[in-house]
Design a protein around this ligand. Sequence first.
Ligand code: NAP
Length: 290
Amino acid sequence: MKRAYLLAHPAGHSLSPAMHNAAFRYLSLEAHYEAVDVAPENLAEMVQNLRDDDVYGANVTIPHKLAVMPMMDKLSKAAKTIGAVNTIVNQNGELVGHNTDAAGFLQGLEDERVYLRKKVAVLLGAGGAARAIAYALLNSGVAKLWIYNRTTEKAAELVKEFARVGSAAVLKEDELPFIIRQAEILVNTTSVGMERGGVAPDESPLPDGLMPKQGFVCDIIYRPVRTKLLHDAREANLKIQNGLPMLVYQGAEAFRLWTGQEAPAHVMMEAAKHGLQKSEGEKQKEVVKS
Ligand code: NAP
């Protein structure tokens, strides 16, 4: 039996075990995926165990995406440029660090036939997820990427780091209305609007009434399924997408790297949707109890 893990802290509520185990079953692979709560002090030992023959590798999430980097024997180009690892592949005892978030995000856009070349894009946020999405957008030939973040210095750092990938600039508070209205692609990577561990679940990262005039709005949050930002964008007749496709496709790419087989993304999507519905039901029960 082969094994794959999610290294997280905390590890509850992840949709990845349901997605990957459904894919293993669908392809009749004798394998099991498990989410493991790994405290930072136990990370090195857990990563060392991934070299075992029966281990495909692991996904890595908050707070370990940066910490695992020096523990890898090799890094993919994407992981190196993005500066974070979300997938570890055990290649005959050698650990290779990859980042599949950028590819996952782009596959989600492709499904919606959203084209990025020569478009004006705005990225809200400058945290870990923003790095992968900035890489994806700049590598796909956007004309200009504006990065807006509460802490402006972090947006400036990102612009500096990605200068050799493409044309990016810091979006300042006073320019926000003008540039947002012009944007053809808007992606939220802040945790504003997110349930569970996020901030201000009923709020939007944009000021009230401000929306692009046309184009596509993506919120990489998937809990709730429709954030206030996506709700407002829909009201403004814009095309929208939540973070579920990105989650599923980053997982599908990790699955392909581990097994060498194309992942059944449709099966993984169904399992993720089912998992979300289940946790939605549990949340309702908690509300009734309290
Ligand atoms: P992170 O590194 O902690 O970054 C959080 C970002 O949110 C920072 O830019 C931060 O700004 C901003 N922020 C936090 N609180 C804010 C507030 N009150 N007002 C304005 N901005 C605020 O987190 P991350 O790993 O990038 O994750 C961000 C979100 O993406 C989470 O909701 C996560 O669930 C989601 N995500 C989804 C996927 C997927 O596959 N769909 C993958 C990864 C992440 P400062 O720099 O000013 O603190």
